[in-house]
Design a protein around this ligand. Structure first.
Ligand SMILES: C[S@@+](CC[C@H](N)C(=O)[O-])C[C@H]1O[C@@H](n2cnc3c(N)ncnc32)[C@H](O)[C@@H]1O
Length: 232
């Protein structure tokens, strides 16, 4: 078993789905809006790092089948239980996000909420390439992940940024650099850097940041990205 899998199995053994920071009983509003508004290719959909499977029934209303994968067997068993009886076709299996066991171009829609930020940053572009590989032409990718932490007043947390960028700067300079990053549209991951991470065949349709209050009362800054696979 890989160290990552051991880590997540341990967490899922100790916790129930509602103990995770980003657990929610409902699919995220951004997903529901996209499903209601955007014409998407037809075919299967994939939820990467599906956890307890809260978005799978919504995906199964639109796609056939809705496939959830998670690194943890415990999570997969919870997701199977959660989706039992839901209309449509739902499959859930254990798999690792960086080596997904599917052929190229199989999915009309790929979704990730809360998985990418658990993958080490140096591997983010490999991960995004893997998701791109799975998409059909005109298929859509939607990702929601944490770019940074906000303090109690909704400002960027200097301490968090220090861990990421500030080690070589003095305190005053660090504060200034944090503010600059905030005005630039996103802490931790600027919009231009997110664009640069996407493979060339993924055309970004939307990249934005929004604050999110976790189940434990912490403020996080989420990045939300929608991209379409286009021919290059
Ligand atoms: C924060 S939870 C989010 C769960 C779900 N997407 C949601 O929005 O409620 C992150 C999930 O990603 C899974 N995960 C973490 N690293 C993974 C990896 N490398 N491959 C697949 N799943 C992973 C964890 O087991 C966990 O269920």
């Amino acid at each position: 078993m890989s160290p990552q899998r051991e880590h997540w199995e341990r967490l899922w053994q100790r916790r129930s789905a509602s103990d995770f920071e980003f657990s929610a009983a409902e699919p995220p509003a951004q997903l529901l809006r996209l499903l209601a508004e955007a014409p998407t290719a037809t075919g299967p959909a994939l939820d990467v790092g599906c956890g307890s499977g809260v978005v799978l029934p919504a995906l199964a209303e639109r796609f056939d089948p809705a496939v959830g994968i998670d690194i943890s067997l415990r999570a997969v068993l919870e997701a199977r239980k959660y989706s039992r009886g839901a209309p449509g076709s739902i499959l859930v299996l254990v798999a690792e996000a960086l080596a997904l066991p599917f052929g190229d171009g199989q999915f009309a829609f790929v979704f990730d909420r809360g998985c990418m930020h658990n993958i080490p940053r140096p591997r983010w572009s490999a991960y995004l390439r893997e998701l791109e590989r799975l998409l059909k032409p005109q298929g859509l990718l939607q990702i929601l992940f944490v770019g940074s932490t906000l303090d109690g007043r909704g400002r960027l947390s200097i301490r968090r940024i220090a861990a990421g960028v500030g080690r070589r700067l003095g305190r005053g300079k660090l504060r200034r650099s944090a503010l600059v990053r905030d005005r630039g549209g996103g802490a931790g991951l600027s919009l231009s850097r997110m664009r640069a991470l996407l493979p060339a065949s993924l055309e970004p349709l939307r990249i934005e940041h929004f604050p999110y209050r976790t189940s434990r009362g912490r403020n996080r800054l989420f990045t939300h990205c929608i991209a379409m696979k286009v021919a290059r």
